[in-house]
Design a protein around this ligand. Structure first.
Ligand code: NAD
Length: 421
């Protein structure tokens, strides 16, 4: 088969396909099923106008890809970034398929994106862009078909606009159309913190298995958005030493640990991490190779590559972001004995609590936060156990084991359903 690549070596879709092929080679899969699961089911591209505040009309391009819907409606975030490409959205949609299957949610995988720099727009412009993009997506989304959520550059307010636009179009309120909404319109308690919290839950599971659960740990975190900042705060609250954090403009470092609540306050006030009292300013490149025990790449894909994998000092990498490590870097790190807890496991906390939100919206019955955290912990630890058992059984790394577990679940369901017609 031929898949066209529109980008260079650091193409996330090539990475997703290479990971898939690597896992499939270790499995005993029917080749028709393996070929089917390699392809995105639907790909949607839309070019649409947005009125800027000065009256100009500007054209934007957006995507939504449904990768696989064998296990249920597709689920996946919407990203606003100038780096969005169709290949990136395809990769992220494919990873969502495996992530949902790995943690046993009744969902397929999807992803969306708009090529835009959200920080370069006013709130009113962002609202118009979101509402127009949503109205273009109407034939593709519904609580039974495809349920969007936040990703890089989007958040609860974006989800509120999507929910309102969809609801206005169909004529009644449909909270279950998106997850990651504000609490007062049907969002779930604990959703905002879920991904970062899940990253730390997975890190602790890994440390336990290495007999390091109660040892002091130095953690470096790339990305200080939803995932990175919540992971940093939860790790800090649990008594871990967070020595470095960064955002797109660079990071800060103190080998003795950062006071994360104070860093959050500094970031809120100054809108940058730079010049935090008592810390050194560092670049993202420096952060990734700092002396530390655990590295949490929690910003975006293709950050650990063959160029820097040899210099990573951490003994463990827990992937808060999707696709932060390329296949070439995986090989180098595996060779060096660095344990990688893969994205589809490590950052699955977000989609798990998104699933809880969808269930709560459909039932119109809302849980308290303790119940959300209890169920999140239960599902993630079980997925970790299953992945570790698969890795042990087949003598493969955790990424391959996670992919194998997920691919097998989708393959089994496809086998049961059969190929239509
Ligand atoms: P976000 O927009 O809230 O934060 C992204 C962070 O990364 C920001 O601090 C930003 O400054 C930084 N960043 C952006 N480009 C960068 C670059 N080139 N170098 C270094 N830092 C950069 O996004 P988020 O929701 O925290 O998502 C981060 C990652 O986690 C993405 O890969 C996303 O797909 C993944 N993820 C998010 C969720 C979720 O629930 N939000 C769930 C699963 C996975």
């Amino acid at each position: 088969m031929v898949v066209s690549y529109t980008h260079d070596v650091a193409n996330a879709y090539q990475n997703a396909l290479a990971q898939y092929d690597r896992a499939v080679r270790k499995m005993n899969l029917d080749e028709n099923i393996a070929e089917y699961m390699r392809w995105p089911r639907r790909e949607f591209t839309v070019n649409f106008p947005v009125r800027r505040d000065d009256g100009r009309i500007e054209m934007f391009t957006g995507y939504r890809v449904h990768h696989n819907t064998v296990l249920g409606p597709s689920k996946g975030g919407i990203r606003y970034s100038t780096a969005v490409t169709l290949d990136e959205v395809r990769a992220l949609a494919m990873w969502m398929t495996w992530k949902c299957a790995l943690v046993n949610l009744p969902y397929g995988g999807a992803k969306g994106g708009v090529i835009v720099e959200p920080k370069g727009m006013s709130q009113a412009e962002l609202e118009r862009l979101t509402r127009r993009y949503t109205s273009e997506l109407i034939p593709l989304i519904s609580p039974q078909m495809d349920i969007p959520a936040p990703d890089m550059g989007t958040g609860p307010q974006t989800m509120a606009w999507i929910m309102d636009t969809y609801s206005m179009t169909v004529g009644y309120s449909v909270p279950a159309i998106v997850t990651g909404k504000p609490i007062n319109i049907g969002g779930s308690l604990g959703r905002n913190e879920a991904t970062g919290r899940g990253v730390i839950i997975c890190m602790i599971e890994a440390l336990k298995r290495q007999g390091l659960a109660n040892k002091p740990m130095k953690i470096a975190i790339q990305g200080f958005g939803n995932v990175g900042s919540n992971a940093a705060l939860y790790a800090y609250e649990l008594g871990f030493t967070v020595i470095a954090v960064s955002d797109v403009n660079g990071g800060i470092y103190n080998e003795n640990g950062l006071d994360i609540p104070a860093v959050l306050q500094h970031y809120k006030t100054n809108r940058k991490l730079e010049n935090f009292p008592g810390a050194d300013n560092i670049s993202n490149e420096e952060l990734l190779v700092l002396p530390c025990d655990v590295l949490l790449p929690s910003a975006m894909e293709n950050q650990i590559t063959e160029r820097n994998a040899g210099q990573v000092k951490a003994k463990m990498i827990v992937e808060g972001a999707n696709g932060p490590t390329t296949t070439e870097a995986d090989d180098i790190l595996n060779e060096r004995g660095v344990l990688i807890i893969p994205d589809i496991l490590a950052n699955a906390g977000g989609v798990i609590v998104s699933y809880f939100e969808w269930v709560q919206d459909i039932q119109s019955f809302f849980w308290d936060v303790e119940e959300v955290y209890r169920q999140l912990q239960r599902i993630l630890v079980k997925a970790y156990d299953n992945t570790a058992a698969m890795a042990e059984k087949h003598k493969v790394d955790m990424r391959t084991a996670a992919q194998m577990t997920a691919i097998q679940r989708v393959a089994d369901a496809l086998n049961t359903r059969g190929f239509y017609p």
